[in-house]
Design a protein around this ligand. Structure first.
Ligand code: THG
Length: 266
C-alpha cells in the first residue's frame, strides 16, 4: 500500500497555528515522524485562503524538503498555487488534485506533464459527485482521455472514487468498492487512492469505521491511501491486512514493523 501522510494540513488547528507563526520545527517534526512511520508521500495542504495559499504552501514545502527526502503530494484545488509551487519540488511529486471540470483539466494536466508529477483525479465534475459507480466511470473516462491527450500515462493517474458519509448515504461504501472494481477493469494501469475519514462523518467511534473501510478497500485492491501514519493502531492493521491479502511478500513489512515495535498494543 502506498501511504500518503495527511498530517501537514492547515485545516488542523495546530498546523494552522504553526503556519501562522512560521514554526518550522513543528512542521519538520511532522514530516520526519510520518516518514519514519512509513509514509511514501507527504500530503501538504495550506488550508488558507487563495491569496495566502501560495506563500504558505511554498513555505511548508521548503520546510519539509529541508528535513526529509520524502516526495510531496501538493493538496490544493487552486491551479495557480499548484503552478507556483511545483517548480520548487526537489523530487517528482503528486498533484492533489484535478477533477472532471474542463477548465481544471486544462489548467492542471499540463502542469503534471511538465513536472512529471503523478496526479490524483477526483471522480466528480461541475455537476458534482455522480450518485452511481457508472456515473463516476463516465468522469474517469473523460479525465483519462484528457490525460492521454496531454501525453500523461495511465500509471501516473491516481483515481479517487470519492467516498461519502454512510450516515447519510448507506450505500456509500458499496458504491466506492463498485467504482474501484470498474476502474481496475477499464484502466488496469491506472492507480486508485482514497482518504478514509469521509465514510465515518456524523457517526460515533469514527476510527473504528475508518479501520473497517481501510481493510475493505485493500481487499478490493486500493493502491494508495491518505491517512494518519502516526495512528499506530491503524498502521498495525494496515500491515496485518497487507500480509493476509498477499500484498507483503514474505511478510517483510509486517516483520519489520514488529521488530521496530510498531505492532505492539499501546
Ligand atoms: N482525497 C483526496 N485528498 C484529500 C482527501 C481525500 N485531502 C484531504 C483529506 N481527504 C485527507 N486529509 C485529512 C487530513 C486530516 C484529517 C483528515 C483528513 C483529520 N481529521 C480529523 C478527524 O477526522 O477526526 C478532524 C480534524 C481535527 O482533528 O481537527 O485529522 O479524501 N484526494
Amino acid at each position: 500500500m502506498i501511504i500518503i501522510g495527511e498530517k501537514i494540513n492547515g485545516t488542523l488547528k495546530k498546523v494552522a497555528q504553526a503556519i501562522q507563526e512560521r514554526d518550522a520545527s513543528f512542521i519538520a517534526r511532522l514530516a520526519e515522524s510520518q516518514t519514519a512511520a512509513g509514509a511514501a508521500y507527504l500530503d501538504v495542504n495550506a488550508g488558507t485562503p487563495p491569496e495566502q495559499e501560495m506563500d504558505d504552501l511554498a513555505w511548508l514545502i521548503q520546510v519539509v524538503q529541508d528535513r526529509v527526502d520524502t516526495p510531496i503530494c501538493v493538496d490544493s484545488a487552486n491551479p495557480k498555487a499548484l503552478a507556483a509551487v511545483l517548480p520548487i519540488l526537489k523530487k517528482p511529486g503528486m498533484i492533489n488534485s484535478v477533477n472532471g471540470e474542463p477548465d481544471r483539466l486544462e489548467a492542471v494536466l499540463p502542469l503534471a506533464r511538465r513536472h512529471q508529477a503523478k496526479v490524483i483525479a477526483l471522480l466528480m465534475d461541475e455537476k458534482g459527485i455522480p450518485e452511481t459507480a457508472v456515473g463516476r466511470m463516465e468522469v474517469a473516462r473523460k479525465i483519462a482521455t484528457a490525460a492521454r491527450e496531454q501525453g500523461i500515462e495511465d500509471e501516473q493517474v491516481y483515481f479517487d472514487p470519492l467516498v461519502m458519509a454512510i450516515a447519510t448515504k448507506p450505500d456509500a461504501g458499496r458504491i466506492f468498492l463498485e467504482t474501484l472494481r470498474l476502474l481496475k477493469q477499464e484502466f488496469p494501469e491506472a492507480r486508485t487512492v482514497s482518504g478514509l475519514s469521509n465514510i465515518s462523518f456524523g457517526l460515533p467511534q469514527r476510527r473504528l469505521l475508518n479501520q473497517a473501510f481501510l481493510v475493505a478497500t485493500m481487499t478490493a485492491g486500493l493502491d494508495a491511501v491518505i491517512l494518519d501514519p502516526l495512528d499506530t493502531k491503524l498502521m498495525a492493521l494496515l500491515r496485518a491486512a497487507e500480509a493476509v491479502l498477499g500484498r507483503d511478500e514474505y511478510c517483510v513489512r509486517y516483520l519489520r514493523a514488529y521488530r521496530e515495535g510498531r505492532l505492539a498494543e499501546s
